[in-house]
Every structure is written in structure tokens, then in C-alpha cells.
Design a protein around this ligand. Sequence first.
Ligand code: SF4
Length: 351
Amino acid sequence: MCYPSRRMSAINLLDLLPTELESLAETLGAPRYRGRQIGNWIYRKGVSEIDAMSDLPRDLRRSLDERAFIGVPAIERRTPSQDGSEKIVFRLDDGARVQSVLMPDADRLTLCVSTQVGCGFACAFCYTGTMGLERNLGAGEIVGQVLGAARTLEPGRRLTHIVYMGMGEPLANYQATVTSLRLLTDPLALGFSPRRVTVSTVGLVGGIERLAKENLRVNLAISLHATSNEIRDRIMPVNKGFAIEELLAACRRFPLPFRQRMTFEYVLLDGVNDRPEDARRLVRLLKGIRAKVNLIPFNDWEGADFARPPLPRVLGFQSVLLEHGITATVRWSKGEDIGAACGQLREAVPA
Ligand code: SF4
């Protein structure tokens, strides 16, 4: 496929924070408030063409158009699921594809976004991990998924929550992830409450420590998935670099906003990590952390070496946590029938 070369070298306005839009306006010889108008057109009015910014002087529009574009990625495919969720495949400017998943639940509408094309962490239970890492996304490509998905909604519907749980490890693409979080939560850009935004990590301790200092006040979710280093080493190679104790020490130091709890994701794998003693060990590990646990019965994919535990074992695991005062929900993943469930996202690499 052929892509215009100007666009490949031009500035994606979605990469820029509101203050940077103001500086760009200044660079183009306009007053800074023009930058706020540009942001308003992109984030409030949802335009995709610079020429549509009708209250900007024609000269400014022309010089902006020569240097920049609004990079909302094209939608290649939308696949609805029987449970109401929907997988959206976006095609990026270089032809790479990433997936986002829309997940309605009562009065919530959550979008799960990707931060990388593929993923290099190779968790053994995860289909995305079999792709390997193709490349990082830019901040604008992450935010672009939000704007692109929002455009598919019927009038009156809007996204309420954003989770960074799609393809890739957000903290392995640290700078773009943080810039996209600022864009999501800045009232002059997308304006989501930080309480409605969750970053999920495989447990990169250095990234968690850095994120703790960013004052973003977003939620953190940890993909834990095992309670001993022996099992975690086996199913999550990242554990060989950061042992469970080190990871949980970083979680304890993370400044959780008032009343917020840290989420621990735990995929239940038949005969691997689903015994009552695993549940009891999890209780001990989470001591001293304001935690809630999402239990995710394994979502099968072709070629996987794992199976979903029988229902009584899932419920037994949950009750051990509940008996010890830990909020634990079983998350029957949405989008299972369309390959959009947790750990199932994968997209063919373009030829
Ligand atoms: S679970 Fe997350 S970190 Fe692990 S391979 Fe899958 S996408 Fe990567």
C-alpha cells in the first residue's frame, strides 16, 4: 500500500499537548490562543481536516496544513460480538494494524486501547505475545484510537472509561504512554477524569516507579497471574528480571489516590495457578496493598498450551479471596467470540 510521503514526515497534531499546540501556533506567527482554538476543533468538534477550522485565518490554516495533519487512524474493520462488545481494527499510516475493543457494561462504555504493534514480552498464555514486537505507537496513535472509536458511536453515546490493556505493554513505550495519558486527562484535550483511566502493566518496576512521580492520578492494574516466582517465571518471562517481591514493593510505594484501589489481573490457568493454596498465597502477597483482584478464566486460542479451569475451581479461588476481605470479581472476558478478549488480540502484520 502507498502512503503520502508528506504525511509520513509531517507533525501529527494528536502528538502535541495543548501547550505545544499553542507553541506551534506561535511558531507559525499566530498568537498562542490560536493553539487553543486548534485543540478545540480537534477534541471538541472532532474535525479531521485542518481546512475545516473555520475560525482560523486562511493563511494560518494553509501554513498549518503544509506542516501538520490530524492523525486519526483509519478503521479497517469493525467486528461486533454477541455480548455487545466490538473489536475495531485500525490501520496506521505505515500500514501497521492495531486493535481496540469497545466494551459496554450498564452505563459504562469502556475502550481498551493498544500501545504497541505486537508485544515483546511473550507471556505464555497470551496470543498477542506470539506476534513479537513490531514497533511502538506514538502518543497520537494511542489518542487517535480514542477519537476514531468515538466517531463510531451513535449520537448521544460517549466513551466513559479508557483502559490501556490492548496490544503491547504501555510502560515499555513509556514516553508515548505518558503523553497520551496527559492528552486523555487534560481538560483542553480529551478531558477524561483520571479515575476513569487505567494503565495495565506486566510489572515493569522501573516504569511503575517513574509513573508514580508523574502526578497523573490514573489507576494502575498489575498483570500478576502467579503467586510464586517459579510459576511466574514459567508463564511470564518478564518475571526473571523483576521478581514478585520487587514488583509488589513497587506497588506498595505507588501513591494511590484517596479511595482508589490497585487492580491485580490474574488469569486462571487450569492446573497451573488455580489451586486454593495459590489463592491463599495471593492473599498473603497482597497484604498492605489496597487491592482488588480481577480473575480472568483463560480465553482459549488455537495452539495455546493452557486450558480454562472448571467453574467450581474458579469460584473456589474467588471465595478464598473474598473470605479474606479482598474484592475479587470473575471477569468473563468480553469479545471472546471475536478474538477480542483479554490476551487474544492479534493482527496480521502487513506484507
Ligand atoms: S499479556 Fe500483555 S505483556 Fe504479556 S505478551 Fe500479552 S500483551 Fe504482552
